[in-house]
Design a protein around this ligand. Structure first.
Ligand code: BG6
Length: 493
């Protein structure tokens, strides 16, 4: 009887991502039964390597970057399913060579031959790669499913993203396309859905009547380091805000979807993006701050007069019935004080009169903080009475930590979940073409304002800090301050 086979083809297989993330995740999936046992992985890249040398290279990645303890005998078995083809993505005959190798590996007796293509390649190669995939018929769907996973950056702006969508749709139907944002594979990001919709107590107050402002921070301690060449062409808006931070925002602001199926979920997210107030380039600069850490210009591969921001802070408004008037503050940067990703919902202050205080601002607001990483969990801050005479108050946190609650469940890497979903054909945690385009529509005016000739002079911030003073001033305009809870820093009010 003919056997069905599944092959994952990694285009750009000698890159950092394959070694650090994809292979460790695939190996772990294989160890815990999350992928077909006979899943075959074929690497494709320009470097000349034998199958054996490719296996060695990946073995190093699994040992250095895997989450689980590695068992060599399991690896030896898994490694037999790894193959490598050397060639250029922009050479049609090389793509033909890859196709032939796939057919040979699948064998003449194969039943359905499913293929998942993973494009972990430079955006400059997208066009040529997809054209050659079309020309060789490697992705023709006649004897099994074909899917494609596309890494970010998906375009540089709205126009290039739309052009790329058209190119992709020449080869793949939208339902075959899995645009990846690894933040969606993080347990704690998925937990935002459970937190909001798996509980009754938060949803009634999740709106403009009770919420004062929302802050989303994704801070990194690392500098641009070895990725400077790529980063200098992108900057923080393209690298983090257009994708990861806007994804988090949609999950915080969305209306309840009718289910967790891909379309219900993704429709509600797109609704949020469409409701984000559009800026003119002039308004954009009044609602955002760009900054570069001191020393950025001395990093290798950075042009000496680069104005690329390594930090940005934004004030956005979601003009819906639920969120009208509530500022959403987003900030992200490299070389900051700590590596921490968190969402803080700051509630309105209660009336202070009954405690004899003069103004409401004498009372601290309640905070609900979702710690996305590294100390995954949640904090709920409220006021308690200090024991003793009088009515003195103090803020205290009620805390939940994943590590304590689930000591036997290591939090898997985001890629593990996402690769499993792509292999199983569940696109719920991947980005639809309309979402990508809406997200660009939001940041495009800002990029335009900052990048039009000579327009942007980024502010400076000292490495190891929380960013420039201008970002504090942005919030001060609304009487707010940045808050950090998860990293246990006390720079909040
Ligand atoms: C990537 C960015 O998408 O996300 C990197 O390109 C960034 O610049 C990384 O460092 C952060 O991911 P994580 O999972 O470490 O928060």
């Amino acid at each position: 009887m003919a056997n069905d086979t599944t092959t994952m083809v990694i285009m750009g297989a000698t890159g950092d991502l394959a070694q650090r993330k994809l292979l460790p995740a695939l190996f772990e999936l294989r160890c815990n039964g999350g992928c077909p046992e006979d899943l075959r992985i074929v690497g494709f890249a320009r470097t000349k390597l034998s199958d054996e040398a490719f296996r060695e290279y990946m073995w190093k990645g699994v040992q250095d970057f895997g989450v689980l303890a590695v068992h060599k005998d399991e690896w030896d078995d898994f490694a037999q399913h790894l193959f490598y083809v050397a060639g250029s993505l922009d050479e049609e005959p090389d793509m033909g060579k890859l196709k032939n190798r796939l057919e040979t590996l699948e064998g003449p007796e194969a039943g359905a031959t499913n293929r998942l293509f993973y494009l972990s390649i430079s955006p400059t190669l997208f066009e040529a790669t997809l054209t050659n995939m079309k020309a060789t018929g490697i992705a023709d769907e006649h004897d099994g499913w074909r899917r494609v996973v596309i890494e970010k950056p998906f375009g540089r702006d709205l126009a290039s993203a739309q052009a790329l969508n058209r190119t992709v749709h020449n080869v793949f139907r939208e339902d075959q396309v899995y645009r990846i944002d690894h933040y969606l594979g993080k347990e704690t990001v998925q937990n935002l859905m459970v937190f909001r919709f798996g509980n009754t107590m938060f949803e009634p107050i999740w709106n403009r009547h009770y919420v004062d402002n929302i802050q989303i921070t994704v801070a990194e301690e690392v500098s641009v380091g070895e990725r400077a060449g790529y980063y200098d062409q992108s900057g923080v808006i393209r690298d983090m805000i257009q994708n990861h931070l806007l994804q988090i925002l949609t999950m915080i602001a969305m209306e309840p979807p009718s289910g967790v199926d891909a379309d219900s979920l993704r429709n509600r997210k797109v609704d949020v993006l469409k409701a984000i107030r559009r800026w003119t380039p002039e308004e954009a600069t009044k609602n955002a701050v760009a900054a570069q850490y001191e020393g950025y210009l001395n990093e290798p591969n950075i042009t000496t007069d680069s104005t690329t921001p390594s930090y940005a802070a934004l004030r956005l408004y979601v003009d819906t019935w639920r969120w009208q008037g509530v500022p959403f503050y987003l900030r992200s940067g490299k070389s900051m004080a700590d590596k921490v990703s968190e969402v803080i919902v700051q509630f309105k202050r209660p009336p202070a009169v009954m405690f004899g205080m003069e103004t409401d601002t004498d009372l601290n607001p309640n905070l609900l903080t979702m710690c996305l990483q590294p100390d995954e969990g949640a904090h709920l801050r409220f006021e308690v009475k200090v024991p003793g005479q009088g009515m003195n108050m103090r803020s205290e946190d009620m805390e939940f930590h994943y590590e304590e609650a689930f000591p036997d469940h290591a939090i898997a890497d985001a890629y593990e979940r996402l690769l499993q979903d792509a292999l199983e054909g569940d696109p719920a945690l991947f980005i639809r073409s309309d979402h990508i385009e809406e997200a660009w529509r939001i940041v495009d005016p800002l990029l335009e304002a900052w990048e039009s000739s000579g327009a942007l002079k980024p502010d400076r911030y000292a490495p190891g800090t929380w960013g420039p003073a201008t970002a504090d001033a942005l919030l001060a305009e609304n009487g707010h301050t940045w808050i950090t809870v998860c990293g246990q820093h006390d720079d909040d009010a």
